[in-house]
Structure formats: C-alpha cells, structure tokens
Design a protein around this ligand. Structure first.
Ligand code: G4P
Length: 189
C-alpha cells in the first residue's frame, strides 16, 4: 500500500535498527482517514472469504479492525490482555509472549462473542514474531471457528512471524513489508 509506505518513510522513526515507531498515525495518535483507507484495503482483499467477524487484540489493532469490519459490514471483537472486572463470562484464553516487550500476556475473548462456525478475519498492526496472531488463531480454533485470513498493517519480514503463520496454513496479507532497517532507515521489500 503505497500511501502507507509514504507515511512510514515520512513519519516513522527506527529505534536501534529493530523497532519502528509510528505513533503519529498508528500506535498512539491515530489518523482516522488513514485508518479508513487501511480498512477499505483489507476489506477488498478479503471480500470473497465470507468473513463473519473481525478479531484483533488490544490496543493498537482495534482502530484498523474497526474500519475493516465497517467495510465488511460485520462485528469486531478484540482480545483482552488483562482480564476486565466486567468480564464475568466464560472466556477462551491462551498465553502470548511478547518478544519485543519481554512479557507474557494471558489473552482472553468472552465465549459470548466468539462462537463456532464463524469465518474470522484476524487483523493486527504489526507482525514480528507472530505470537499475537498465533494466539488469536488459537482462540478462534478453540471456539470451533475458522481463521479465513490474517491482515497485517506492517510486517517486519526479517522476523519469523510471516513464515510461522504460513506454516500453520493461514493466508497472510500485509499492507507493507519491511525487509530490514539499515542505519535506522526503513528498507521496504
Ligand atoms: P508479534 O506482534 O508478532 O506477536 O511480535 P512481538 O511479540 O515481538 O510483539 C509484541 C508487541 O510489540 C506487539 O504489540 C507488536 O505489535 C509490537 N511490535 C513488534 N515490533 C514492533 C515495531 O517494530 N514497532 C512497533 N511500534 N511495535 C512493534 P502489543 O504488545 O500488542 O502492543 P499494543 O498493541 O498494545 O500497542
């Protein structure tokens, strides 16, 4: 997605040749117009998959999942990293380890909002090690539903996430793929 590449080139800050900071439009401040364009792009790519629900994980996945679901005209549900005091229902849960943050989160989705026989599109902002996407896919499968695809805004292609998702049999659509960071500059694939 050319527009997204331009925004990354203009506003992205690479830290330690490892982490891309895009908090002016995706991870802290949000650009609503760009979020809509991203949602439209994901919806277009997955329009023939019969998606019945979009699943993401808090917090940065929520904006793009919402706009994607808006275009697909389906609901969106986000996995929680911390159990809400309001979450009294039965939940599906699994462990997700964040290599970037060096912490483990028990992610949960209420059984009320993840039924069986759904066709789920998983959406997230970054794909690095693939832990978050694999965790969400595990919840979907535990519910007895199908992962119809995985949509990623920014893929760090030099990490193993994409390969792990492909090996697990999932269709992966990334809007931007990053080959490497060189001298704290982004090299697109
Ligand atoms: P994964 O996302 O593929 O599972 O890999 P990893 O365990 O490395 O990622 C953990 C967290 O770090 C995720 O956010 C992920 O989006 C984020 N992350 C990974 N690489 C980058 C990067 O280069 N830039 C930025 N900005 N984030 C990165 P999270 O813990 O779910 O946080 P959030 O959604 O609450 O913001």
């Amino acid at each position: 997605m050319e527009l997204l590449k331009q925004r990354i080139a203009k506003e992205g800050i690479v830290l330690n040749n490892a982490v891309l900071k895009v908090d002016s439009f995706l991870n802290h401040q949000l650009d609503p117009q760009l979020m809509m364009q991203i949602g439209e792009e994901f919806a277009g790519r997955f329009k023939n998959e019969g998606i019945t629900k979009v699943v993401t994980i808090e917090s940065s996945g929520i904006a793009v999942a919402l706009t994607t679901a808006l275009f697909l005209k389906v609901p969106v549900v986000f996995a929680r990293k911390k159990k809400s005091i309001l979450m009294t229902d039965d939940v599906f849960h699994t462990q997700v380890f964040s290599y970037t943050k060096k912490e483990s989160n028990d992610i949960t989705i209420s059984k009320k909002f993840l039924g069986s026989k759904e066709k789920i599109l998983i959406v997230d902002d970054f794909l690095a090690s693939g832990e978050a996407a694999l965790g969400m896919a595990a919840l979907v499968r535990e519910a007895g539903s199908q992962v119809a695809g995985i949509g990623i805004v920014i893929e760090k292609s030099f990490q193993q996430g994409r390969q792990r998702l492909l090996d697990a049999g999932y269709r992966v659509e990334s809007l931007v793929r990053i080959e490497s960071f060189v001298n704290n500059q982004v090299v697109f694939l």
